[in-house]
Design a binder for this molecule. Structure first.
Ligand SMILES: [Zn+2]
Length: 282
């Protein structure tokens, strides 16, 4: 009898089981295992409401959207110029907008759940090139030409001529010279034969000298500024030969560190000393 009842119970639906529980006073005792698993008080489940259905479908739809959202760079949706890096000193978006590029990997990154990102970001060096031009201050010298660089070997250059790419080879711009940084105390030499026009201490150039040269029919002035005070033996009116000692690299005048501020002026016009030396010195 009890066995029959048990097998019957196993085929009942949950609802029927629940009904049985409510009426179990009148039923014979069911096996303990069955009673225990079925007796856990449970609120009847209401049929899925509209709200629930919308919520679960929303989850199905939102999940891939979230995946896409985190897979794409946020700036894809903005004009690239909005993201031009700001650099102290006034590099604005206008200066670099042409060279900014942000690219996203091919659509592979959205296929098959593979997340790969490939970025092309404008480097700081590229930003500087956009501002200062693609200038390379490397040069070599024999130290033995009739026109020479102011040092007998190639030395570092910290700042070039102008603060922009000159629109013509000798066009002037803000920085009227080139700054050589071989270190404080490095001896400086005359770039060509000439006559000392000025050799003084004072003003923004500190200890400085002007030497006038006649080169290829042109009157060319070479300027050596910020030298160590009283380090120059030159006197105005003296003749100098190429390679003669001019003075020592210093930090006098308007200068923030030891360097030779060197200028070339042709017929009173400031020209790019690096370009001029590269063209004429050897
Ligand atoms: Zn300078």
């Amino acid at each position: 009898m009890a066995e029959d009842n048990y097998s019957t119970t196993q085929t009942l639906t949950r609802r029927q089981l629940r009904d049985q529980e409510l009426l179990r006073v009148s039923l014979p005792a069911a096996p303990v295992a069955v009673r225990e698993t079925r007796e856990v008080p449970k609120k009847p489940e209401p049929p899925a409401s509209w709200g629930r259905r919308v919520l679960s479908w929303g989850t199905v739809i939102a999940t891939p959207l979230l995946f896409i959202a985190v897979s794409l760079p946020v700036n894809l949706f903005y004009a690239t110029s909005d993201f031009a890096p700001g650099i102290a000193g006034g590099v604005g978006p206008g200066a670099v907008s042409g060279s900014q590029s942000f690219t996203v990997a091919s659509s592979d990154s959205l296929e098959g759940g593979v997340q790969r990102e490939s970025w092309s970001v404008t480097s700081y060096a590229e930003v500087l090139r956009a501002r200062y031009g693609s200038r390379n201050f490397s040069y070599s010298t024999t130290g033995a030409g009739t026109i020479r660089w102011p040092f007998p070997t190639a030395v570092p250059i910290s700042s070039g001529f102008g603060d922009r790419v000159a629109p013509c080879r000798y066009c002037s711009s803000n920085h009227r010279g080139v700054d050589f940084t071989p270190g404080s105390g490095a001896p400086i030499f005359a770039i060509a034969d000439g006559v000392v026009a000025t050799s003084e201490f004072g003003g923004g150039y500190g200890q400085y000298a002007y030497i006038e040269h006649e080169i290829n029919g042109q009157t060319i002035l070479s300027v050596y500024a910020h030298m160590q005070r009283d380090s120059s033996p030159l006197r105005a009116g003296e003749r100098v030969r190429v390679g003669d000692f001019i003075g020592l690299v210093g930090n006098t005048g308007t200068s923030t560190g030891a360097h030779l501020h060197f200028e070339i002026r042709i017929n009173e016009e400031y020209v790019d000393p690096f370009a001029w030396l590269k063209e004429n010195a050897f």
